[in-house]
Design a protein around this ligand. Structure first.
Ligand SMILES: [Mn+2]
Length: 195
């Protein structure tokens, strides 16, 4: 198996984002986005998905968190798409339910190459630290669109920190499961023979 790694840089007038990813890592992360709670979420994503991940973001935080979170999601999605290559022999489908105290997040994913995003839930507070809670949903959508995922997410809870963290952990575990290689497949996990 060739290395499932990627290095993607994305530069716009609003942000400069650098991401390196090893899908088959062991959870090593170096994250600097300038948004403390978002760093906490990306660290958690790497750790629980056993992805080696570096994210360096230099964004227009003097405006708000929107462009930085969105562009990190796009760049991370592109990194997964590149690292997974032809997606040969992966499990493709996975679902994970992760609690964090009173919050429960539910993720089901198809690493299909056909982007679609569904979301069911509300965040209990508008803001967690420097992150606008709604941006967690926007992150998942942008990640799914750019990684080529069918991703359905749901969350319930009473504390937005818990709700968002449970979503990131469940997404990490689901992505870890779905991207595992099943050598019995030997080929792409689709009757169309391409993803
Ligand atoms: Mn936390």
């Amino acid at each position: 198996m060739s290395d499932r790694t990627a290095a993607v840089t994305r530069e716009t007038a609003e942000t400069t984002i650098e991401v390196t990813l090893n899908v088959d890592g062991d959870g090593d992360a170096t994250i600097e986005t300038g948004i403390g709670f978002f760093d906490h979420m990306l660290n958690s994503f790497a750790r629980h998905g056993l992805f080696d991940l570096t994210v360096r973001a230099d964004g227009d935080l003097h405006i708000d968190d929107h462009h930085t979170v969105e562009d990190v999601a796009i760049t991370l999605g592109e990194a997964f798409d590149e690292a997974l290559g032809d997606r040969r022999a992966i499990h493709r489908f996975a679902d994970r339910k992760v609690p964090l105290d009173e919050a429960v997040a539910d993720i089901v994913v198809d690493v299909s190459g056909r982007p679609l995003f569904g979301f069911d839930g509300e965040f209990s507070q508008e803001q967690v630290g420097d992150l606008t809670s709604h941006m967690a949903k926007h992150f998942l959508r942008s990640f799914a669109m750019n990684a080529g995922l069918t991703l359905h997410a749901g969350v319930v809870g009473e504390n937005a920190h818990h709700e968002i963290e449970a979503l990131f952990k469940a997404t990490a575990r689901a992505m870890d499961d779905a991207t595992q290689i099943d050598e019995r497949r030997g080929d792409v996990a689709s009757t169309k023979e391409s993803l």
